[in-house]
Design a protein around this ligand. Structure first.
Ligand code: ADP
Ligand code: MG
Length: 602
C-alpha cells in the first residue's frame, strides 16, 4: 500500500491558517489589507464579540468577477503576480494568496462582491473550506466579506483566545497600525453596534489626531514637531513630541513604505536624540514614516511578523537621530541640546534581536548589613513575612531573574537605627558599613516598598480610598475604555472610585489615599499605559502593573530632601523586602562601593 498521500486541501488550509490566522486581529488585518490592495477609499469594519462571532469588512474597492470570487478562496490564488515577482516589495500587502483560504478553513464566510463593469454581483458562502452556496446577487461595487464563528472547527484555537476585552484591544491595535498609514482612506470601526472610531480621509497629521486626539482637549498633534529629512539612502518624515509634552504613556510608531514595523534599534536612535531632555521615566511619543528602496530592506515575509531588517541600520540610526535632534532643536528652547557633542554620543550597536537590557551585575544574595553581626533575628520576620505571602515579583518576564526569596530574606539591623547615614545629591542615601559604602536610590527604594504594599492591599481588598472634593473627568480612547472596563475590579480594590460618564469618559470620584495629593488623571493614565505596554492579561499581572505604576506615582521623587528619621524608615522598610536590590521592573535600587574600590582610587 502506498503510504504517501497528499493532504486534502481542507487540512492543508487549516495548517496554514494556524500560521496566518492566529486570532481575530490577524484575520482583520488580512481582510483590511485586501480591501486596501483592491484600491478601496472607504472601509467599514464591523465586529461582534471581539471578532469571535463576527468580523465583517465592507469596502468600495474593485470587487471580483464571479470566477475570481470562487478562485480567491483557493490556495495560492492571487491576483498580485506583479508583486509576487518581487518578494521584497512592500508596496502591496498580500502576495501569497493564503489569507482567504486560511480564513475560510476555520470559519464560516459569506462574501458579496461586484465589479463596476458587472451588472450583478456574486454571493458565495463557504463553511470550513466547503462552498455551500454561490449565486448572483445585487450589491454595491466592492466587496463585503463576513467572517462568522472564527475557529468554530478548531476548539484548541478557540480556547487560546483571550478575554473579549483583550481580543478587542488586539483588534484595535492592529487597526491603528493600518489606519495610520492610509490617511486618505475613510475608515470606521464598529463593535457590538457601537461606533468606536470614525476616521475621515485627511492628512497623516489629521489621522493621528482622529485616532489619538480628543475633541474636548487641545489638539493632540499640537504637542508634536515635524521631522523631515531626505538622503540618498532613506527619506524620513513624521512627528515627534516636544520634550515638555512627553508623558509616561507614549505612542511610538514606525512605518516603512506604508507598513507598520517594530524596530527597537531605531527606537533607541529616537531616545538618544532626546537624551537629557526628558524627565526620568518619561517616554517620547512619535510617528515616524520611512521611505526606502525595497531592495535595501529584508522583509520577513511571514505575515504575522512586524520586524524588518535594513541593510544600513547604523547609517539610518545616525540619520534618524540627527533628524529628530534637529526637529527638537528647532522648536524647543531646550538649552541642553548641544549640537557639538555628536562624537561624544554613545551609539549602541544594532540589536541582533531585540534591545537587550543593560547588563547590571546583580549579586542577589548581597545584603550590605549581613556581615555586621548585630541582627535581631527574633524581631524581624513575624510582622513582615506574612505581608509578602504569595507575592511573586518574578512575573515581570523581561526583568532580571528575581533571586530566590530564601537566599535574600532581609534582616533589619541595629545599624539602620543608629549608624551614620546621609543624603547625597537629593537622590541617594549613603550608608558606610564594614564592606564599604552602600548607596541607595531613594526614589527606587520607595517604589519597591510601595509596590509590595499596594500588591498586598489589592490581595486583601484593603486599599484606602480618598474621596475627591471635585471629581475629575478622564477622557479615554476606545482601547483605553476597554482596558478600564477590564481592570475595573482591581482599580476598585486599590481605592479608585470611577463612574462611566459617556462612551469615552469616566469621572474619578475617589483615589487611593496614598496618591491623594496628586492630580488623578495622569496617575490613572499612567496605570493604563503601564498595563497596556506590558501586555498584562491576567488578574495577577494587572495587579502587578497597577501596583508598580501607583508606586512610581506615589514614591518620593528624586530631589526631595529627607530628614534622618525618614531615611532610616526608608532603609529599614526596604531591607525587609526579600528582593530589595532591584525594583519590580528591574532597576538597581542599591549598590555597594566596596572598600577595595575606594582604596584603589588612592
Ligand atoms: P493575496 O492578498 O495574498 O493575494 P488573499 O487570499 O488575501 O491573497 O486574496 C486572494 C485574492 O482575492 C486576491 O489576490 C484578490 O485578487 C482577491 N481579493 C481578496 N479580497 C479582495 C477584496 N476585498 N477586493 C477585491 N479582491 C479581493
Ligand atoms: Mg491578502
Amino acid at each position: 500500500m502506498d503510504i504517501i498521500h497528499l493532504l486534502p486541501d481542507s487540512v492543508a488550509n487549516q495548517i496554514a491558517a494556524g500560521e496566518v490566522i492566529q486570532r481575530p486581529a490577524s484575520c482583520l488585518k488580512e481582510l483590511v489589507e485586501n480591501s486596501l490592495d483592491a484600491g478601496a477609499t472607504r472601509i467599514q469594519v464591523i465586529v461582534r464579540d471581539a471578532g469571535r462571532t463576527l468580523l465583517q469588512v465592507i469596502d468600495n474597492g474593485i470587487g471580483m468577477s464571479e470566477m475570481d470570487a470562487r478562485l480567491a478562496f483557493e490556495r495560492h490564488a492571487t491576483s498580485k503576480i506583479r508583486e509576487a515577482q518581487d518578494l521584497f516589495s512592500l508596496r502591496t500587502m498580500g502576495f501569497r494568496g493564503e489569507a482567504l483560504p486560511s480564513i475560510c478553513a476555520v470559519s464560516q464566510v459569506e462574501m458579496m462582491t461586484r465589479r463596476a463593469e458587472d451588472e450583478t454581483g456574486t454571493l458565495i458562502e463557504i463553511h470550513g473550506s466547503d462552498v455551500v452556496r454561490q449565486e448572483p446577487c445585487s450589491c454595491p461595487v466592492g466587496t463585503n466579506i463576513k467572517v462568522s464563528n472564527l475557529f468554530f472547527n478548531v476548539p484548541v484555537r478557540r480556547k487560546f483566545l483571550k478575554t473579549d476585552q483583550t481580543e478587542l484591544r488586539n483588534l484595535l491595535t492592529e487597526f491603528y497600525h493600518i489606519v495610520l498609514v492610509y490617511p486618505k482612506v475613510n475608515f470606521t470601526f464598529v463593535h457590538n453596534d457601537e461606533i468606536l472610531l470614525e476616521l475621515p480621509a485627511g492628512t497623516e497629521k489629521q489621522r493621528i489626531e482622529a485616532v489619538f486626539g480628543n475633541p474636548k482637549r487641545n489638539a493632540y498633534t499640537s504637542a508634536f514637531v515635524d521631522v523631515h529629512t531626505e538622503t540618498e539612502l532613506v527619506s524620513i518624515r513624521g512627528f515627534v513630541i516636544k520634550p515638555e509634552n512627553a508623558t509616561r504613556k507614549a505612542e511610538q510608531y514606525f512605518f516603512v513604505n506604508g507598513r507598520y514595523m517594530r524596530h527597537p534599534y531605531f527606537q533607541k536612535a529616537v531616545m538618544t536624540a532626546y537624551s537629557g531632555m526628558l524627565t526620568a521615566d518619561y517616554q517620547p511619543s512619535f510617528f515616524i514614516y520611512f521611505d526606502i528602496s525595497p531592495e535595501s530592506i529584508d522583509v520577513n515575509i511571514h505575515p504575522t511578523k512586524t520586524e524588518i531588517k535594513f541593510a544600513d541600520e547604523q547609517a539610518i540610526f545616525q540619520i534618524l537621530m540627527a533628524a529628530v535632534r534637529e526637529a527638537l532643536g528647532k522648536f524647543t528652547l531646550a538649552p541642553t541640546i548641544d549640537f557639538d557633542t555628536r562624537g561624544a554620543i554613545d551609539i549602541p550597536a544594532p540589536a541582533t534581536d531585540r534591545v537587550s537590557r543593560p547588563q547590571v551585575a546583580v549579586d542577589p544574595t548581597y545584603n550590605p548589613f549581613h556581615t555586621r553581626g548585630t541582627i535581631y533575628p527574633d524581631k524581624a520576620p513575624k510582622s513582615w513575612e506574612s505581608l509578602y505571602e504569595g507575592v511573586r515579583s518574578d512575573r515581570f518576564a523581561d526583568g532580571p531573574a528575581t533571586p530566590d526569596r530564601a537566599q535574600t530574606a532581609a534582616m533589619p539591623l541595629t545599624e539602620i537605627d543608629s549608624g551614620p547615614l546621609w543624603q547625597y545629591n537629593g537622590k541617594y542615601i549613603f550608608l558606610p558599613g564594614e564592606e564599604g559604602l552602600t548607596m541607595i536610590h531613594q526614589h527606587r527604594a520607595h517604589v519597591t516598598i510601595l509596590y509590595h504594599r499596594f500588591l498586598d492591599q489589592m490581595a486583601h481588598a484593603q486599599g484606602a480610598s480618598q474621596q475627591l472634593l471635585f471629581p475629575e473627568v478622564i477622557s479615554l480612547s476606545p482601547d483605553e475604555m476597554v482596558l478600564v472596563g477590564q481592570i475595573a475590579e482591581e482599580l476598585r480594590t486599590i481605592g479608585f472610585e470611577l463612574e462611566q460618564l459617556s462612551p469615552d469618559s469616566y469621572s474619578i470620584q475617589g483615589v487611593p489615599s496614598q496618591i491623594a495629593a496628586q492630580s488623578p488623571v495622569p496617575v490613572l493614565q499612567q496605570i493604563l499605559s503601564c498595563v497596556r505596554e506590558r501586555g498584562a492579561d491576567t488578574r495577577a499581572e494587572w495587579r502587578e502593573q497597577i501596583a508598580l505604576s501607583l508606586a512610581q506615582s506615589a514614591a518620593i521623587p528624586v530631589g526631595k530632601s529627607l530628614n534622618e528619621k525618614e531615611m532610616r524608615e526608608l532603609v529599614s522598610s526596604l531591607m525587609q523586602i526579600p528582593t530589595h536590590r532591584i525594583t519590580p521592573d528591574g532597576k538597581t535600587v542599591l549598590a555597594l562601593l566596596s572598600n577595595e574600590e575606594i582604596e584603589k582610587k588612592f
